[in-house]
Every structure is written in C-alpha cells, then in structure tokens.
Design a protein around this ligand. Structure first.
Ligand SMILES: *Cc1c(COP(=O)(O)O)cnc(C)c1O
Length: 376
C-alpha cells in the first residue's frame, strides 16, 4: 500500500492526500481502491493472524487518516470505543484534566470512571490558559476538544500542550469537529488524537467508526492502544472501514461546501431577530479570531445559535424544519440540527435555548429558506 504516489516532486496538499493516501500499490489490473476483506481469520504464517488483530481494509483507512493527521492511526468500532481505549491505558487513580464542555458521552464516561474510583477529574474552562495551567500539576492527561461540542469554544492547543508537557502531562485532542483538514493536533503538540469517524470522516450518516492517532515515532503509545483494541475487542467491521475510507475521499469537498454555507448562514442568523447569539469561529467579530486564524485552516461547518424566546422556540425550530434533519450527530452530507439540552447528560452551562447546527452540502439558499420559515 502506498501513502502517496511514488516519488512526488513536492509535498502533496491535504486535499490531494485525502484522495490518494492508503491506495493499493499500482499494479496492472490491480483495483484502484482497497477492497472490503471480510475475514475472521487468515492462513497461518503471516503477521496478521486473526480478524481481531488486523484487517487489510482497516489498514487502508488507517493509512489515509494517519497521513492526513501526520501520525499512525488505529480504527475502532466507534468514537467511544477509541475514547474508552485511550482511557483504559490510564493507571487507576490517574488525574484527568477535562474541559467543562465536551461530547456528553465522553464527559459521562469520565464522571462514571471517577465515581468508581478509577480516575480523578479536574474540570476547567479550556479557553482559560491560567485555569488549565493551575490544574496540570500531578495530572496524567489533559483532555481537549477543539472546537468543543456543542459550545464551539476553541482552546489554544499549542499553549495547552506546551504547559502540559512542562508538567509531564499527556495531551489528548478529540479532533472530530475540525477534522485533520482544518486542524492537526499532533503538529501542535498533542500526544493522541481521537476521532468519531462516524461524523465528518465517513460523512454520510450511515455507519459508526472511531480512530486514535499518535505520532509516527510513538511506538509505545501505538502499541498500548493496539493492545487495548485487541483485548477490548471493539473492532470495526471491514465494510464500515471501507465505507468510511470511501467517504474520506470527498472530505475536502464536503467540508469546503459546508464551511462556505456555514459562514453565510452564521452572518444571516446573527442578523435574525429570533436569534440572540451565534457561535461560529468564522464570524468576523469572533472573540478568538486571532487564535482561530493561527490554529485552524478554516472555521468549519459547525455552529450553534441561541434563540431569543428560549428552549420552547428552539424545540419549535427543530420541529418545523423540513429540509434540515432534526437528529443528533453531525458531519454528514445532510444538514442536521438539534437542541442539545434535550439530552439530560448535557451540562446546565449549555444554554437551554442552544441549537447546534451541522451544515451539510445542500444548496445554501435552500438551507436558509428552510431555517427562515422554521424561525417563523
Ligand atoms: C459523536 C462524537 C463522539 C462519539 O463518537 P461515536 O462514533 O458516536 O461513538 C466523540 N466525540 C465527539 C466530539 C463526537 O461528536
């Protein structure tokens, strides 16, 4: 398998790598794309051995994602399987510094492990560098999302990683919202990247998949996570890995379209009387504009709005939409929205009237017309 075509004259751009990375070697009559290899076991004598230890279709997905993130990837059955594998590598009693807002199942899992005495948590506002620094001494891991789900806050990953490493703390970044096309946490000092490949990477709302990525030189980190995958058994189906790789090939186009529409919609929503606040990193007056410009290659296609008339108005918006899909999840070709506080696990600090929007690839005027009629 090739990471890129042989002997490129210059470094390939991410949009090209998304198309070419992880392709089979170019041989006459060989397929252009890695086939699905459904196999629970393999003939003896090779390095793979058994279906839970490895699969050629996972390898292709991992090569592509690893190339885009600048590290070595491992595919898992879901984002939570990848996240749990990372948490499983921590010793009992380890201190984890966690953001106040993050994917709610991640927060819940951390809290459950803390209640069971397996971990100790220190919750911080990840955009407050002093608070992060104060929480680091004695910790094992700093857990970050950028942007955070669902508040769209941007922690300064480079600054957080530098402070963490001074204290010997490992840094994990959930890069699901930004994707490696907009943000490469390993380059900014992160030790582990986790993904819900269910979302943007696969991009079609038809499978669950997760991944971890560590730096190419981090053999110990890679081996520890690979070992958890084998023992935990949360392995992906080869077919899902194949679909995700197929989806990944068009990630640059999907993201470009979703981002352009999100930028336009965020401006129009800001001016709408039913909306009190729009959270989107691409807004010209965003309070973290300097950091956004430095850390992200683009503001992405995720935004959140707060409605003037409260939670009832937010629910009504979600219910009145005809084109936008009222559903949880994000990063698909179809635009989706939901009021996040409809989930009891979402913390009270997330406004009750906050609606999270994942902008897909539909025509932006159709998306706006639907939002406008639904806002009433
Ligand atoms: C959805 C999501 C997850 C969990 O991924 P699954 O594939 O649903 O298990 C983790 N982190 C973020 C930021 C997510 O949006």
């Amino acid at each position: 398998m090739s990471d890129a075509p042989s002997a490129p004259r210059r470094a390939l751009a991410p949009a090209t790598l998304a198309v070419v990375a992880g392709r089979p070697d170019r041989v006459p009559d060989g397929p252009l794309s890695t086939p699905v290899v459904p196999a629970s076991t393999y003939h003896a004598g090779g390095p793979r051995g058994y279906g839970r230890f490895g699969n050629p279709t996972w390898d292709a997905f991992e090569a592509a994602l690893g190339t885009l993130e600048g590290g070595r990837a491992l595919a898992f059955a879901s984002g939570m399987a990848a996240i749990s594998a990372v948490l499983d590598t921590l010793p009992v009693g380890a201190v984890v510094v966690t953001p106040q807002h993050a994917y709610n199942e991640t927060v819940r899992t951390l809290r459950e492990r803390a209640a069971e005495g397996r971990l100790e948590l220190r919750q911080v506002d990840p955009t407050d560098a002093d608070a992060v620094a104060a929480a680091l001494p004695g910790a094992a891991t700093l857990w970050l999302e950028s942007p955070t789900n669902p508040m769209i806050e941007i922690p300064d990953l480079a600054a957080c990683a530098a402070a963490a490493h001074e204290c010997g703390v490992r840094v994990v970044v959930d890069n699901t919202f930004a994707t490696p096309l907009l943000q490469r946490p390993l380059d900014l000092g992160a030790d582990v990247v986790v993904h819900s490949a269910t979302k943007y990477l696969a991009g079609h709302s038809d499978l669950l998949l997760g991944a971890t990525v560590v730096a190419a030189a981090d053999d110990a980190g890679y081996a520890a996570l690979q070992r958890r995958r084998v023992s935990g058994g949360a392995v992906p189906s080869p077919f899902d890995a194949w679909l995700a790789l197929r989806g990944l090939r068009t990630l640059p186009l999907r993201l470009e379209r979703g981002q352009a529409s999100a930028a336009e919609l965020s401006v129009r929503l800001t001016a709408h009387p039913a909306v009190t606040r729009v959270r989107y990193p691409g807004l010209p007056d965003h309070p973290q504009a300097e950091l956004v410009g430095r850390q992200l290659r683009g503001p992405g296609a995720m935004l959140a709005v707060e409605l003037t008339d409260g939670a009832g108005a937010a629910d009504a918006l979600a219910e009145r939409c005809r084109l936008w899909v009222h559903a949880t999840s994000l990063g698909g070709v179809e635009s989706m929205l939901e009021r996040r506080r409809r989930w009891p696990a979402e913390p009270d600090s997330v406004p009750a009237a906050l609606v999270r929007l994942s902008v897909g690839v539909e025509d932006v005027e159709d998306l706006w017309a639907d939002l406008e009629q639904a806002l009433g």
